[in-house]
Structures are given as structure tokens and as C-alpha cells.
Design a protein around this ligand. Structure first.
Ligand SMILES: Cc1cc2nc3c(=O)[nH]c(=O)nc-3n(C[C@H](O)[C@H](O)[C@H](O)COP(=O)(O)OP(=O)(O)OC[C@H]3O[C@@H](n4cnc5c(N)ncnc54)[C@H](O)[C@@H]3O)c2cc1C
Length: 496
């Protein structure tokens, strides 16, 4: 690298010359590992030889002059960031932002249609709350009559866990829900991604939308250790859970507050006290239990209401003598960093005291805190104003939709219900779809559609719809839903 050329300047020149990969730019994870493993996970220019790889020993990379060209300035207490060009890191057909249950389902389903897909995730692993949040129960899979109503890619994920030792327990035992192991699921998702042909960027945070003069989405801007970079895309699927990208693009949404918890795992434990039906010696007795679930609260202030630390022992997990402790937590604002910081600290302190209380019970003296979840358990924050908002009245009255893309199982006091395609499509902004916990539904409904298997359902439908947009050159709102339903059937989904 020329000594007097900054990294950003080098990148800018290289892009102007037609190359997207300047030295020091972010290299797709999949490309780097494909070089080592002979995997096929890239549709991108080869990065061969650029990364150190496994087994290689790193060393000095040369001196680089610090780059202060884009530093913000302060004058009279006002901080200003100068206008700047954002390097284009990558161009793709379908861009999925967020690698949780919805995002992985969307990316894998879209890729199977043969379109070019890119998946971006802010953390260093996939699975979202189902792994990093230690949310391990796969809740509303079953209808009131105890028949499973969610299949498709979610069932495929669980089948991959079935064959792993300590991967998943309590499969096909309605009303007891399966429980997964977070590390096993991270492994399943990484393994699938590496062989998928999807371009992926981890440790990369979506910070803004890119829109054209008419306000139609054209991609997103990301921040990572490589700096601020853009990915241009024909269709963006917002699977961030919080609607970060559709909100930045100007799509209307409802802001809600909900319970925020911090899940943990404890080891050396032999009792279970948070799962009806679990731990019963008699499997038939377990089957007689009612379908469970508790609605979340919304709207009340959180400060000072840190509860749930009464010495709970939690639910069993696939790992022997290890329990997970689901937590309701206080109501908080998940898009307010002050609330998040407050809860990150208080809930960790509370979790430790909970374990001390568990240890206080005879027989539990050797219980230990295995881990607190790396990520805070956010339930709901932004709910899209979509072409269709699914209402509480509709789900309780058993409404049927011509545009059904899947089901949620029964949960709390709600029966199983259909989800229409319009819940994934913003009412106004073009080229973007939503999937997962930030879709368009009333609070009480979103409190169910946010659950893991339902996020698999909306993720799969969004992925296939996005692929159809590419193949038929149409906008998400103009997708032929009958054809989408056909594709969902072909991929094993249940539509009633
Ligand atoms: C405490 C708690 C307990 C729960 N218990 C259960 C349960 O027992 N069973 C059940 O089925 N469900 C449960 N849920 C709900 C369920 O876990 C989540 O709602 C579900 O995982 C949502 O999936 P998602 O893909 O929409 O979002 P998430 O799982 O939140 O995934 C979103 C992903 O996007 C990434 N991301 C976010 N913002 C950005 C950005 N700007 N740029 C890039 N990446 C980004 C995140 O890191 C994450 O990986 C629980 C939730 C909580 C909070």
C-alpha cells in the first residue's frame, strides 16, 4: 500500500476503477473460509490469498497513516460529521439484514430459488435470540388439537438438530414444546450457510437504508471494523427484529414497548420448575398438560421493576443437568440505548442473585451459572404498518385469508391462526419486505408472531417472495401470491 494513501482513499480509487475489493475492505466470511475448506459459499470475486486463514501465522501488515478525513468536528457544542462518499462493498439481488430465525429462514429459502443472496448479521454467529438470546423453547408449533401446523424450513432446522447428540429434546410430544441447544443450532446454521452459496458478512451492523430519488430502497449502509460501507440490492428483507432498515427507509411503523428479559443457563441442576409437563416421569401425564404461554405486557415504564429473581431453577435443555431460565423481565424501550444499558446491567446482577437463591435449596449446593445470554431478550419494538395489519379480533375469530403464507400454532389464549402475505409488505415504501418479530400486526398478535417457529414461517415466505421479485421483475406488493403459495408448498410449508 502506498505509504501516503489512506485506506479509504485506496478503496475509493479501486471502486472507481471497477474493483469492489480494495486491500483492507471487508472480505465475505464465506469466501475466506471457502478457501480453506473447499466450500462453495460465495458467488463473489475470489478473495484467495487475502486472508490469513487457519494455521497461517499473522504478521506486520505495513504502516498505515491514521485517517481523520471523516472525523466529526465540534464547534460551539455542535458536532458535525462531514458529507462523505460511502464505498460500495457489494451488489446483490436479495439482501437479508439480520441472521436470526427469520433472517436465516429468508436467506436459505431465497437462495434455493437460484437467486443471488447476501446475509448480514451484526454479531459473530447466526440464530439471533434463538442462540445468542438463549431462547431455547420452540413454542407455538401445535394447533389446539395438538397437530403440528408449522413445517417448512423450521422443520428442516429441527431435523438437522435431531441427528446431533444433545441438539434438541422433546420433539413431537405436543403439548410439550421442543427445546434446542444454542451451540448446536449455531453449528447447524453455520454449516448450512457455508455450503449455501450465500455471501455473508458477520460482525456488520446495518445502520441506514439506501433509497433512490423516489424513496425506493436500493440497499443498506453498514458499519463494521472495515468502516462504513454500502451494499446495493434489488430487494432488502428486514429481519433485524427491530425494523431498523425499513424505519430508516421511511416506512411507517408503530413503536411499542414490551418485556425485556435476559435468559441464562445454569449447570449441575436436577430439578425443573418452569415447564408444565416437563420433568414428568410419565410421558402420558406430560401430554395431558394444556398448551402454555403467557401474553407479554406493553407500554408500562421499566425503571426499577427488575423482577423474576425468585430462585427459579428453569427448564431442562438437551445438555444433561443444564437448565435454561427464560425471563419475562420489565417493560422497556428496545430502541432506546439508555433502557438497554440499564437492563443489561441490572438483569445480569439479578441473574447472579437468582443462582445464589437456587443454590440455597437443599440438593442444589453445586449449581453454577453457566452463562448469561450474550444478547438481551428483546420481544417487540417496531411493528410495521404493512399492506395488512393482522388483528387480535381476526386471530381469535379464526379468520381465513386468500393470501395465507403460513400458520402460527395456538399460544396463550389464542387458537392457531393464519398469517397473510400483506403483513410482510410495507404499506408505502418499495423494494423492502419484513419478516420475524417486526412484521405488521397488532401488539397482541405480534406477541405470538414474534415466537421462533412463526419467525421461520414469515422468514421463509419473505425469502421466496423476494426471489420471485427478482425472477419476475416485480415489486413485493405485486408478487403473485398463488405462485408464492405453490413455492411454499414445494418447500414443505403448511398452509392449512
Ligand atoms: C426473553 C425472551 C424469551 C423468549 N422465549 C421464547 C420461547 O421460549 N420460545 C419462542 O418460540 N420464542 C421465544 N421468544 C421470542 C423469540 O426468541 C424471538 O422473538 C425470535 O427469535 C425473533 O426472531 P427474529 O429473527 O425476528 O429476530 P431476532 O431473533 O432478534 O434476530 C434478529 C437478528 O438480527 C440481528 N440484527 C439486529 N439489528 C441488526 C442490524 N441493524 N444490522 C444487522 N443485524 C442486526 C440480530 O443480531 C439478530 O441476530 C422469546 C423472546 C425473549 C426476548
Amino acid at each position: 500500500m502506498a505509504k501516503d494513501l489512506t485506506r479509504r482513499e485506496l478503496m475509493r480509487r479501486s471502486i472507481a476503477a471497477g474493483g469492489l475489493f480494495a486491500a483492507g475492505s471487508l472480505m465475505p466470511v464465506s469466501s475466506a473460509l471457502a478457501d480453506q475448506d473447499g466450500g462453495q459459499a460465495t458467488t463473489r470475486p475470489s478473495a484467495r490469498g487475502q486472508g490469513p486463514g487457519f494455521g497461517a501465522i499473522g504478521g506486520p501488515q505495513g504502516h498505515v497513516q491514521g485517517d481523520s478525513r471523516n472525523a466529526a468536528t465540534v464547534a460551539h457544542g455542535v458536532v458535525t460529521q462531514p458529507r462523505r462518499e460511502v464505498p460500495v462493498l457489494h451488489k446483490t439481488s436479495v439482501l437479508v439484514v439480520g441472521g436470526g430465525p427469520a433472517g436465516t429462514a429468508a436467506a436459505f429459502s431465497a437462495k434455493r430459488m437460484g437467486v443471488d443472496v447476501t446475509l448480514v448479521e451484526r454479531y459473530g454467529y447466526l440464530g439471533g435470540l434463538a442462540t445468542g438470546g438463549l431462547v431455547l423453547g420452540i413454542f407455538p408449533l401445535y394447533a389446539r388439537d395438538r397437530k403440528q401446523v408449522i413445517f417448512g424450513i423450521g422443520e428442516e432446522f429441527m431435523k438437522k438438530l435431531d441427528v446431533l447428540k444433545y441438539g434438541i429434546i422433546d420433539r413431537n410430544k405436543a403439548p410439550v414444546y421442543p427445546t434446542i441447544d444454542a451451540e448446536a443450532f449455531k453449528y447447524v446454521l453455520a454449516d448450512w450457510l457455508l455450503d449455501s452459496g450465500i455471501t455473508s458478512y458477520l460482525d456488520t451492523w446495518g445502520v441506514d437504508a439506501i433509497v433512490d430519488a423516489k424513496g425506493a430502497v436500493q440497499g443498506a449502509v453498514f458499519e463494521s471494523k472495515s468502516g462504513r460501507q454500502a451494499i446495493l440490492a434489488d430487494i432488502v428483507i428486514d429481519c433485524s427484529g427491530d425494523g431498523d432498515i425499513y424505519a430508516a427507509a421511511g416506512a411507517a411503523y408503530e413503536k411499542v414497548k414490551s418485556n425485556i428479559g435476559l435468559v441464562s443457563r445454569i449447570g449441575n441442576i436436577n430439578e425443573v420448575d418452569m415447564a408444565p409437563g416437563r420433568g414428568s416421569e410419565d410421558p402420558e401425564a406430560a401430554r395431558q398438560q394444556p398448551l402454555v404461554g403467557k401474553p407479554s405486557e406493553g407500554g408500562r415504564p421499566s425503571k426499577g421493576r427488575v423482577t423474576d429473581f425468585n430462585g427459579h431453577a428453569g427448564n431442562s435443555t438437551p445438555a444433561p443437568h443444564v437448565n435454561w431460565l427464560n425471563m419475562r423481565g420489565p417493560v422497556g424501550d428496545a430502541i432506546d440505548n439508555a433502557d438497554l444499558t440499564d437492563l443489561e446491567l441490572k438483569l445480569r446482577r439479578g441473574t447472579w442473585t437468582n443462582v445464589e437463591k437456587v443454590r440455597g435449596k437443599p440438593g442444589n449446593e453445586e449449581v453454577y451459572l453457566t452463562e448469561t445470554a450474550p444478547q438481551l431478550g428483546v420481544r417487540l419494538s417496531r411493528l410495521l404498518d404493512g399492506c395488512k395489519k393482522l388483528t387480535n379480533e381476526e386471530i381469535h375469530s379464526g379468520a381465513k385469508f386468500k393470501e395465507v403464507i403460513g400458520y402460527s400454532g395456538a399460544y396463550a389464549n389464542a387458537p392457531e391462526f393464519q398469517i397473510p402475505y400483506g403483513c410482510l409488505v410495507p404499506a408505502k415504501v418499495e423494494n423492502v419486505l419484513a419478516a420475524g418479530r417486526c412484521i405488521s400486526a397488532e401488539f397482541e398478535v405480534a406477541d405470538i408472531t414474534r415466537l421462533i417457529p412463526v419467525c421461520w414461517v414469515t422468514g421463509q415466505a419473505a425469502g421466496l417472495a423476494a426471489a420471485m421479485c427478482i425472477q419476475h421483475q416485480c415489486k413485493p406488493r405485486n408478487v403473485n401470491v398463488a405462485k408464492l403459495q405453490e413455492l411454499l408448498h414445494q418447500q414443505g410449508a403448511y398452509l392449512g
